[in-house]
Design a protein around this ligand. Structure first.
Ligand SMILES: N[C@@H](CCC(=O)N[C@@H](CS)C(=O)NCC(=O)O)C(=O)O
Length: 125
């Protein structure tokens, strides 16, 4: 089982290398605004998780420099995820609003919809 998981991990990471999408090009002012907005986001993930890869591709497509934390390798990240989100499941997007309130969003499809809705339009930061 561990060997199969290891092999799948290698496949996923290799696929990411060859299939990683191109990022959208924005004006530098727009990109600076988006970079500022994404400082309040953190993606908890595993490198070799296919659902996390789906989210990383969406981030790449949108040129979003969201901080990622590896909940498999980092005990601290794992503890943060469990304490904040309540589940040891990835991907999970931590969203901090202007008042400092946190939302912990699970489910890759929900995370991608959220990112697309928030960052697709140039003014929606
Ligand atoms: N439906 C979820 C599936 C997420 C999922 O199954 N993630 C796995 C890793 S690939 C997980 O976190 N499993 C719990 C664990 O590994 O402890 C999604 O699309 O985000």
């Amino acid at each position: 089982m561990a060997v199969i998981r290891w092999f799948l991990g290698i496949l996923i990471l290799s696929y990411e290398k060859v299939a990683s999408p191109k990022g959208v090009q924005r004006s530098s002012e727009q990109q600076v605004a988006i970079d500022e907005a994404t400082k309040s986001l953190t993606l908890y993930q595993y490198k070799a998780c296919p659902f996390c890869l789906k989210v990383r591709f969406a981030m790449k497509r949108q040129s979003l420099a969201i901080e990622t934390k590896d909940a498999k390798r980092s005990e601290l990240a794992r503890a943060e995820l469990l304490a904040g989100g309540g589940l040891l499941k990835v991907p999970c997007l931590k969203i901090v609003d202007n008042q400092g309130a946190e939302t912990w969003m699970y489910e890759s499809s929900d995370i991608i919809s959220y990112l697309n809705q928030r960052f697709d339009a140039p003014v929606a930061v």
